[in-house]
Design a protein around this ligand. Structure first.
Ligand code: HEC
Length: 128
């Protein structure tokens, strides 16, 4: 019985513990294309310019890290504590907010769609 409990525990934890390699693979497949369309124009595409707010959205490592002021780009398991999610969510729900991304004043704005936002949320919360 005890063995069974232990095996169940092991199976449950391995199902949820994502490695950085898993996360990066999912990032490249699902998230990078979204950021490419909506974010990197101001956040790292032009290597000759500094990314706005110190947030480089062109690589997995720098997206996880985040920028200068808004905290971690990604806190695994918690979208509400992830600047990547928060800024994109505000970009849809409250474009007036300082952290709303893309900023309201941007000439060409491609806020995420609701579906894309859900993808970002699932990516952060599932890969903990
Ligand atoms: C038109 C340009 C533009 C686009 C497009 C844009 N941003 Fe920004 N972003 C900015 C600027 C400018 C700042 C800095 C704001 C400030 O310092 O007041 C910023 C800051 C940020 C920050 C805060 C960095 C920090 O910690 O200080 C995050 C996170 C962010 N952007 C995410 C995104 C995401 C995600 C997208 C795509 C959905 C995006 N941005 C699209 C211009 C842009």
């Amino acid at each position: 019985m005890r063995t069974l409990a232990l095996l169940t525990l092991l199976a449950a934890s391995s199902a949820f513990a994502a490695t950085d390699a898993d996360r990066e693979k999912a990032f490249k497949a699902d998230i990078a294309p979204i950021l490419e369309k909506s974010c990197i124009g101001c956040h790292g595409k032009d290597k000759a310019k500094k990314p706005k707010g110190g947030f480089d959205a062109t690589s997995f490592a720098t997206v996880v890290k985040g920028g200068k002021e808004a905290g971690a780009g990604i806190t695994w398991g918690d979208a509400a504590k992830s600047a990547l999610y928060k800024s994109a969510e505000l970009g849809i729900s409250s474009p007036e907010d300082d952290l709303a991304m893309p900023p309201k004043k941007a000439k060409e704005r491609h806020p995420l769609t609701k579906e894309q936002l859900e993808k970002v949320k699932a990516f952060i919360e599932k890969n903990k």
